[in-house]
Design a protein. Structure first.
Lengths: 277, 583
């Protein structure tokens, strides 16, 4: 069991400059979050699946399956926000036991759930198609990030699976000792604190060892270093970035012209759910 | 030509240290030589390594006295970049010295740091990888390599910098016997071609010794107590080494024991072939002395403590780890479980405490199916000691750590009484109020065993408990286990330390790719060389000696001494008249 995110491939998404990909995907991810309206995130979610399929060679069904935990979480969020919606309401759709389902509530709930999925799918596309070392290389070579910082990010990434394995071991060890989580907030806190001490102790020790090993191989010895992995910007990168930004603008303008962006940043678009009152 | 390395009156104290980690160390190493550095834990061996590549004093805070010269230049005047290029280090933990995700990038990392031109890199990477036999893995992910491959990759990574001095800090501590051997063979091959100087810190003397020209031993206060050729150190200063808790190579221990038994060898041996030569005259004169017989396989229908019947296991969506494992451990036996890293030993053992559930098959503890036992009932039957003792600690005081398990079973007063008793038995009385995390490696290990026998569990499973333990701690751990075994506790010891198995285990099971490929008496296993090789295991040195001399059932020092002294008692006239070999 390991948290190895990158999936081998040679698609256009794989070959894009990681920083360009990061900017483009961030835009695609953040744009729908600005509208409390379920249509916008739904469109961008479909776009993510198409993007992964067309340019990344990732089957939409596979992407959705990999995102299953997020699907569940998104459904939960949507339901919770629908049931406990506290904003202005006008249109009652149905009764669900003690709950009243308002049209406005349903729109907000669905929107929140879909936004989460949007976030998850663009993030997944990014990590699946980006080699961490290439991300570090382009952060250093294009963004001019100090290389110490870029390598710290890389090291953190590499430590994730190690820490995960460590946590699993500690949990197993505590189970053998009969140290179970008891009920109650205090007991829960105590339980996690017990995990935390060995995890932190070992984490710090490992990090120190890694730092020494890096120093021993000359990390930071010279003011500049050379680059084995060359990170470049190609016309592909510019084209991709430009078309991503254009797509965002085009989608939003189309929606606006169709009158679907009313209540921008604030309320649900009335015409979306349930038709006329 | 001057010395490759010269340490002059070198002392070092860490910024947060109360005492000197190294004290007045004087050593010289000549070009092309290999120096083996020995010492108990806390003797400053790793500190010495860090002084050699200049991380002390350049990067690590503390007070340094004296000087270190590499190729005639003081580390104080050399730049960090020069030192990293000259001195290549391989550390103990494979996980904590890999930086990059892929094999070729890992080697490039050092080259980039020293600003080597990118055009030069592919060639250097190829050369380094082929030197350690990893060329095929060039594009592989580091995380998919085995521990042994990772250590060879670490070696390739420093090789690419063309160093003149190798410093190895227990590079094989995490490796199984076959990977250990592969590592040293690689070093041996490299050394022959490169004329590189090597300083090796290592506890596995028998694997390392063929490489070694000279030996230096440090004591607990970081002072050199013995130095010279292996012959000088192990033969002439062995009493001092033993006093410091430093283990001698197996054949040296045998020679010493024969000496003590009044049967001195003509020449003090350092290797199995040398021991063979020294023993052959003795052996040929007494060859009709009866050998201990090969034991019969243990009776399988006796009362069993642990039963696994046709157990299959795979992680969800993962490869199959256990395949139809049948494994039965008799009550009261001392059984070892050996096998290569990744062969499924830990997975198997975790089924015995209910941490893992079989996908198919049945696990019984003292006849009861673990599915019908709740966690608490199971915990009272089986103690399980993890490789890293820290993982098991749940409180901030040693005494609380012990009381934690006891209070659930006995009342406060009884628990307190038992805590006192456990502290005494496990030699932890002075640390009752200490934080478990602040203990030494040996104390942590003893505490973790104490917590697992506190409930008087009749079965104790230990998962590589010897990890990170120096010889003295190892001996005290094994003495404890032997004492527990004598009180009737069934012990299952997971280890690939073959000497330990020879010395302590009555029976041994060998795992290979998720299956038990051998389960039987320890002595009989050592007569199956092909099987050992298949499982990445090796013969312990004294068993190898026995094979070479046609005495395959002699596997420990005790076996050898007993056999040779018994033969003396039944002295024949021909033996009495035999002239002693000249000393």
């Amino acid at each position: 069991m390991s948290l190895r995110f990158y999936r081998e491939g040679d698609s256009l998404l794989h070959r894009l400059n990681p920083v360009v990909k990061l900017i483009a995907f961030s835009t695609l991810m953040i744009a729908p979050a600005l509208f409390l309206n379920p249509v916008v995130p739904a469109i961008f979610l479909v776009l993510a699946l198409l993007l992964g399929w067309g340019l990344g060679g990732l089957m939409p069904t596979k992407v959705l399956r990999a995102l299953a935990p997020f699907l569940l979480l998104a459904a939960g969020l949507a339901l919770f926000n629908t049931l406990f919606y506290g904003g202005p309401r006008a249109h009652l759709l149905a009764h669900l036991g003690p709950f009243k389902i308002w049209r406005e509530a349903l729109a907000v709930g669905t929107s929140i759930g879909l936004r989460l999925l949007c976030f998850a799918s663009y993030s997944a596309l990014f990590v699946w198609t980006t080699m961490p070392s290439q991300l570090a290389a382009s952060l250093i070579q294009q963004v001019r990030l100090p290389y110490q910082l870029a390598y710290a990010i890389l090291a953190a990434y590499r430590f994730l699976p190690i820490l995960q394995a460590e946590l699993e071991n500690i949990r197993a060890a505590h189970r053998v000792r009969g140290a179970y989580a008891e009920r109650g907030l205090l007991a829960q806190w105590e339980h996690w604190r017990r995990y935390g001490v060995p995890l932190l102790a070992n984490g710090i020790r490992q990090a120190e060892r890694l730092a020494i090993a890096m120093d021993a191989r000359g990390f930071g010895a010279l003011p500049t270093r050379t680059h084995y992995v060359q990170s470049r910007l190609t016309t592909h990168d510019f084209l991709f970035l430009a078309s991503s930004l254009l797509t965002v603008v085009a989608i939003l303008l189309t929606l606006a012209s169709l009158g679907l962006l009313q209540g921008l940043l604030a309320g649900p678009a009335e015409s979306l759910v349930g038709g006329s009152p | 030509m001057s010395e490759a390395v010269r340490l002059t009156a070198l002392s070092f104290r860490y910024a947060d240290g109360e005492r000197w980690a190294l004290h007045d160390v004087n050593l010289t190493v000549h070009p092309g030589e290999t120096l083996l550095v020995l010492g108990p834990s806390g003797s400053g061996k790793s500190t010495l390594a860090l002084c050699l590549n200049g991380l002390i004093p350049h990067m690590i805070d503390g007070e340094m006295q004296g000087e270190v010269h590499i190729d005639g230049q003081s580390t104080l005047t050399l730049h960090h970049a020069q030192l990293c290029q000259k001195v290549g280090m391989v550390f103990q933990d494979p996980e904590a010295q890999m930086v990059m995700p892929r094999v070729d990038e890992e080697i490039a990392f050092g080259l980039e740091n020293l600003a080597i031109a990118p055009s030069e890199m592919p060639e250097r990477i190829t050369a380094a990888l082929s030197a350690v036999g990893l060329l095929e893995q060039r594009q592989a992910w580091v995380s998919t390599l085995s521990g042994g491959q990772k250590q060879r990759l670490a070696l390739a990574a420093i090789l690419a910098l063309h160093p003149s001095l190798f410093v190895f800090d227990e590079p094989t501590a995490n490796l199984d016997p076959a990977a250990t051997q592969a590592f040293f063979e690689t070093v041996q091959r490299l050394r022959a071609g490169l004329n590189v100087t090597t300083i090796l810190i290592e506890h596995d003397l028998d694997a390392a010794l063929p490489l070694v020209d000279r030996v230096a031993a440090l004591n607990e206060t970081g002072t050199v107590i013995a130095e010279g050729t292996p012959q000088q150190v192990f033969a002439n200063q062995r009493d001092e080494l033993t006093r410091q808790g430093i283990w001698l190579p197996a054949v040296c221990r045998l020679a010493q024991a024969l000496n003590d038994a009044g049967q001195p060898l003509a020449a003090f041996p350092l290797s199995v072939p040398e021991a063979e030569t020294a023993l052959r005259p003795l052996v040929t004169t007494v060859l009709d002395q009866e050998l201990p017989p090969l034991p019969a396989p243990p009776i399988s229908h006796g009362e069993t403590a642990i039963d696994l019947d046709e157990v299959d296991f795979a992680y969800p969506g993962g490869l199959s780890i256990l395949q139809r494992v049948d494994f039965h451990v008799r009550r009261g036996s001392f059984c070892a479980l050996a096998g290569a890293n990744g062969s499924g030993k830990t997975t198997l053992a975790r089924h015995m405490v209910g941490l893992l559930r079989p996908r198919r098959g049945r696990v019984r503890i003292l006849g009861r199916d673990v599915r019908h036992l709740n966690a608490q009932e199971l915990a009272r039957q089986v103690g399980y000691v993890f490789q890293n003792p820290e993982h098991q600690f749940v409180s901030e005081r040693v005494a609380d750590e012990l009381a934690y398990s006891l209070r659930k079973r006995w009342g406060e007063a009884e628990a307190r009484r038992r805590v006192e008793w456990l502290l005494h038995t496990f030699d932890l009385e002075r640390y009752a109020n200490a934080n478990p995390f602040a203990l030494s490696q040996g104390q942590k290990r003893r505490l973790s065993v104490a917590t697992m026998v506190a409930l008087e569990q009749p079965i104790l499973v230990l998962d590589e408990p010897t990890f990170g333990q120096d010889q003295r701690n190892l001996s005290s751990l094994m003495t404890l286990l032997k004492a527990l075994h004598a009180t009737g506790v069934t012990i299952l010891l997971i280890t690939h330390n073959m000497e330990l198995i020879a010395e302590y285990a009555e029976e041994v099971a060998v795992m290979h790719e998720g299956q038990i490929i051998y389960h039987g008496p320890t002595r009989a296993l050592f007569n199956r060389p092909a099987l050992l090789q298949q499982a990445n295991l090796n013969l312990p040195p004294l068993a190898e000696l026995g094979q070479r001399l046609g005495l395959p059932t002699l596997i420990t020092v005790t076996d050898w001494v007993k056999w040779l002294t018994d033969s003396r008692k039944s002295e024949r006239p021909s033996y009495a008249s035999q002239p002693r070999a000249p000393a």
